[in-house]
Design a protein around this ligand. Sequence first.
Ligand SMILES: *Cc1c(COP(=O)(O)O)cnc(C)c1O
Length: 217
Amino acid sequence: MPDKKNYEAILKTVASYQSQLVAVSKTKSENEIREVLSWGQNDFGENYAQELAAKQQALPHSLRWHFIGHLQSNKIKFIAPFVHLVQTVDSLSLLQAVNRQAAKCNRVISCLLQVHIADEETKTGLGYEEARKLIAEVHANPPTHIEINGLMGMATLTDDVSKIRKEFSGLYRFFSEMQKVQPSLHVLSMGMTSDYRIALDEGSTMVRIGSAIFGER
Ligand SMILES: *Cc1c(COP(=O)(O)O)cnc(C)c1O
């Protein structure tokens, strides 16, 4: 069950940092999303392309959908016609594939580059050097139907606050450095239910929060 009190408290905190809130609705029903939508929330995040496409069809088209999962090239077509922000571009080949699908839809799709900041092997994303190279590449050869608007990162799942803080502050430093090269970078997406306060302290401009709003999955 979505929790309105929690939602309002989170929104207040996020707004006090002039950051943006993406409500992560993966696995949640259309009715649960409608409820959160009725509280004024308009940005939602999903991590499976087909689940996202089905929900987009069923829900008001004014809603802004963020893709936050691992994106497979052959699934881009399901979300390209409407997606608001693809937060998880982590290779040049994926970037080119999104660009091709965006061109087919006659759209420019906003994307974030996902940077690997956790020490867990399982989490996807570009290393700092790979991200630097990709940004240089995009700067030299701007894709026609993609705009790189910023960076996204996920910290290690740990209770060690100083470790999480270090990972987020490292990404913030890199973001600030890259903004000088590529001024289109203005979104820094970091922070989820367990660590969004730390992320906000460390310069996040967008948090992605699921369970604290929608309840446990
Ligand atoms: C699921 C998910 C979230 C939200 O996680 P919660 O812990 O439920 O807030 C945020 N970001 C990504 C990439 C996710 O997959």
